[in-house]
Ligand binder design. Structure first.
Ligand code: GAF
Length: 388
């Protein structure tokens, strides 16, 4: 297993070296694992993510008055400083990775705030493109930081919507509220049970260590992106399914309507509908089991969720299937792909005593298949966005 990367101790000094002045403050917002409830968010259904102990960190400095409304964004990974004028912010004039930062400025201005020019330095311990919400983590760190530094007075729930707007309307990825909610609303040792229609959340205890369990992330290193075609097609298929079934959103389709839906919908639409309808049920059942019997009881639901994404929703990959199958064969309690799909990561819930064995089995299976070696590490449910 890979060791946990250190946090953001070097960020202030790196910021000062780059911009010639120290940051006013530094903030962090975590990536997430979605325990279960995939693609249900934009169908107004249920999700159950938790924030992980890997985060995006940002150093933020409000530029002095009179120096214009220039936004400068840089990364500790190197590359040029991205500059954008807040008076004429446009997606295409900002480098793709920096759009998650600029998009937050844009979304706040859409809400009526006039923001000052700012210098931002980004660092991150969330692997990029691994399905662990590195982009939402960045949005949330920036939004949380601006809200604090400028005294904007927005609640964490309002910041979720600001960040979703940055992603939907500025970056151009039609995502739901799963990732931003996890990054802003999570608490340690809990998963966030969220009704994406009402946006009401509830913390559900996820005491992994106390139960003698470990959550492994298996990053297949086959990356994904949500502003490209696949995700948009899924959203369109779900929208069409809801329309043809005469409901506002697939959230409104109960299990009892699936037989009828199978008879009326095109097969590829029906399969997507079936995943969403059954996945919502699995989320509700997972919450029940976590609250009545604890995390060791949810393994079968994780596996069923993976099968549904593989066979019905069609978003798994050979690498993700191999990770899940191998982890289960090596003794995991449950495993599934997590996040948007088309690559990214799987999770495996394992007894702490078996974690090394499961990791070794997955590494061996990937080597035997000739796939890129996955990154395997454990995560714990951590806090949401915070001031560093
Ligand atoms: C991505 C999206 F950003 C989320 O909104 C969600 O739809 C997820 O894929 C799938 O559950 O992470």
């Amino acid at each position: 297993m890979t060791a946990l990367p250190t946090a953001f101790d070097a960020l202030p000094a790196s910021f000062t070296e780059l911009y010639g002045a120290s940051p006013d403050a530094c903030f962090a917002a975590p990536g997430r694992v979605n325990l279960i409830g995939e693609h249900t968010d934009y169908n107004e259904g249920f999700v159950l993510p938790f924030a992980i102990d890997r985060a995006a960190g940002v150093g933020l400095r409000i530029r002095p008055e009179g120096s214009g409304r220039l936004l400068r964004v840089a990364s500790t990974r190197g590359g040029p400083v991205v500059e954008a004028e807040l008076d004429s912010l446009e997606t295409r004039s900002v480098a793709p990775w920096a759009r998650y930062v600029a998009g937050v400025f844009w979304a706040l201005e859409q809400r009526g705030f006039t923001l000052p020019g700012s210098d931002i330095l980004v660092d991150s311990t969330v692997p990029i493109g691994a399905g662990l919400s590195s982009s939402a983590a960045l949005e949330c760190a920036v939004a949380f930081g601006l809200n604090e530094q400028l005294g904007l007075g927005l609640s964490r729930e309002e910041l979720v919507l600001v960040c979703q707007s940055a992603e939907n309307d500025f970056v151009g990825a039609p995502t739901g509220i799963l990732d931003q909610s996890a990054s802003l609303l999570s608490t340690p040792d809990h998963a966030l049970f969220l009704d994406c229609r009402t946006r009401q959340g509830r913390q559900v205890a996820l005491p992994l260590a106390a139960a003698g369990l470990v959550m492994l992330v298996i990053d297949t290193r086959v990356s994904h992106a949500h502003d490209s075609g696949g995700y948009k097609e899924l959203v369109a298929a779900c929208t069409r399914g809801a329309k043809e079934l005469g409901v506002k959103a697939l959230r409104d389709v109960g299990i009892e309507r699936l037989a009828e839906a199978e008879g009326t919908l095109a097969p590829e639409i029906y399969r997507r509908v079936k995943h969403i309808v059954t996945e919502n049920q699995r989320v509700l059942r997972t919450v029940e089991l976590l609250e009545s019997r604890g995390p060791a009881a949810i393994g079968d639901l994780l596996v069923a969720s993976h099968a549904s994404m593989r066979d019905d929703f069609g978003i798994s990959s050979v690498e993700l299937d191999l990770a899940v199958d191998t982890a289960m064969a090596a003794g995991a309690i449950g495993a599934r792909m997590t996040g948007g799909g088309f690559g990214g990561s799987a999770i495996a819930l394992v007894a702490a005593s078996r974690a090394a064995e499961v990791s070794a089995a997955v590494l061996a299976a990937f080597a035997a298949a000739g796939y890129i070696a996955p990154e395997i590490f454990s995560v714990v449910p951590g806090p949401g966005a915070r001031h560093l």
